[in-house]
Design a protein around this ligand. Structure first.
Ligand code: FAD
Length: 325
């Protein structure tokens, strides 16, 4: 065990929730350690953010970097380590062990671990991972300049990221399982107005197919859909519908699963979606443990909501320590 000092709060996660929690906690005069494998968090993996109050438009990367710097400016320490285990000790403190074989002690704990990309579960997804199948448009979209790109998903991520992918690809096809795309209305309108994006509804991807040990080449669909075909005058028209749809890439944008396993293992209550149950003060069922952002059971998973949760969690942790003085 550690020669670690006892931190007032250990924040697991360095995204919008974690950085905001760390910034507030540091300003409350608490000794703060923030652990984060991905500094700045998930928001750094989207191209532009247009709905974070105070910024009409900002790149996701810049927003993540600013949040991180803000927390560090007030003295929060950051270590880019993965927390592997958290234990509540008999004296009420927490011991967090990381992949750097370090153990950190803290009086309170804020989990802001976010969520991971959901997998589609279709045959071929694993085989063609990074050989056509991707989850992050900003990270991998530029590999497909001038290519045919497919997107599967029906929420705001699909609506937003297909616009970015259309900047790279020759054409982007969005496959929606339900009757319509339900992103933010402004993003739905932009998709509808973009001549490089075609949306197919009421269709699912049965299989991702391609060359053996090579790249993906097409998608097997539950119903025939018509790829766009270039005409002699350069315009595009729908061609012959096919259920074996040619595509160089598939971006799977079907949502996220909360990264709540660490808390579950220490006895924190989760809901049926494996999100951490919290009250309005971000308190879990274990005293001194708080959960902020996409990992908790908040309904609306957005950067500003995570930031707000982080602030409230820091406030609650501070209140608890004040009470115990
Ligand atoms: C493609 C896409 C586009 C989006 N666009 C927008 C948008 O335009 N506007 C908007 O408001 N929201 C948007 N969102 C949602 C937004 O990104 C999230 O709501 C927000 O980033 C969640 O913040 P968080 O702090 O809860 O989690 P995250 O940002 O996911 O951060 C989690 C942090 O925890 C760390 N972590 C996880 N497990 C461990 C561990 N065991 N040990 C150490 N560290 C760990 C990660 O490395 C990371 O630092 C978008 C999301 C996606 C995927």
């Amino acid at each position: 065990m550690a020669d670690s000092p006892i931190y007032d709060v250990l924040v697991i996660g360095a995204g919008c929730g974690g950085c905001s929690a760390a910034m507030y906690a540091a300003r409350f005069g608490m000794k703060v350690l923030m652990l984060g494998e991905l500094p700045g968090g998930t928001i750094t993996q989207t191209h532009v953010v247009e709905n974070y109050p105070g910024f009409e438009t900002i790149t996701g990367l810049e927003l993540g970097e600013r949040l991180l710097k803000h927390a560090q400016a007030y003295g929060a320490e950051l270590k880019m380590e993965k927390a592997l285990k958290v234990e509540k000790k008999a004296d009420g403190t927490f011991a967090t062990t990381t992949d750097a074989e370090a153990t950190y002690l803290s009086r309170t704990l804020i989990a802001a671990t976010g969520a991971e990309w959901k997998k589609l579960g279709a045959p071929g997804e694993k085989e063609y991972a990074n050989k056509g199948v991707h989850y992050c448009a900003l990270c991998d979209g530029s590999f497909y300049k001038g290519k045919t790109i497919a997107v599967v998903g029906s929420g705001d991520s699909a609506a937003k990221e297909s616009q970015l992918l259309a900047e790279y690809g020759a054409h982007v096809y969005v496959f929606v399982r339900g009757h319509e795309l339900h992103g933010e209305p402004i993003n739905n309108k932009r998709v509808a107005a973009n001549p490089k994006i075609t949306v197919f509804t009421d269709v699912q991807i049965r299989e991702i197919a391609g060359q053996p040990k090579g790249k993906m080449t097409h998608l097997k669909l539950t119903k025939p859909c018509a790829p766009m075909v270039k005409q002699a005058d350069g315009s595009l028209k729908p061609g012959q519908p096919t259920d074996s749809f040619p595509a160089d890439a598939l971006f799977v944008l079907i949502g996220h699963s909360p990264l709540s396993i660490l808390l579950k293992e220490m006895g924190v209550e989760l809901n049926a979606r494996a999100e951490v149950k919290v009250d309005r003060l971000m308190r879990t069922n274990i005293e001194g443990v708080y959960a902020a952002g996409d990992v908790n059971d908040s309904e609306f998973k957005q950067a500003i909501v995570s930031a707000s949760d982080g602030v409230v969690a820091a406030y609650s942790a501070h209140q608890l320590l004040e009470k115990k003085k």
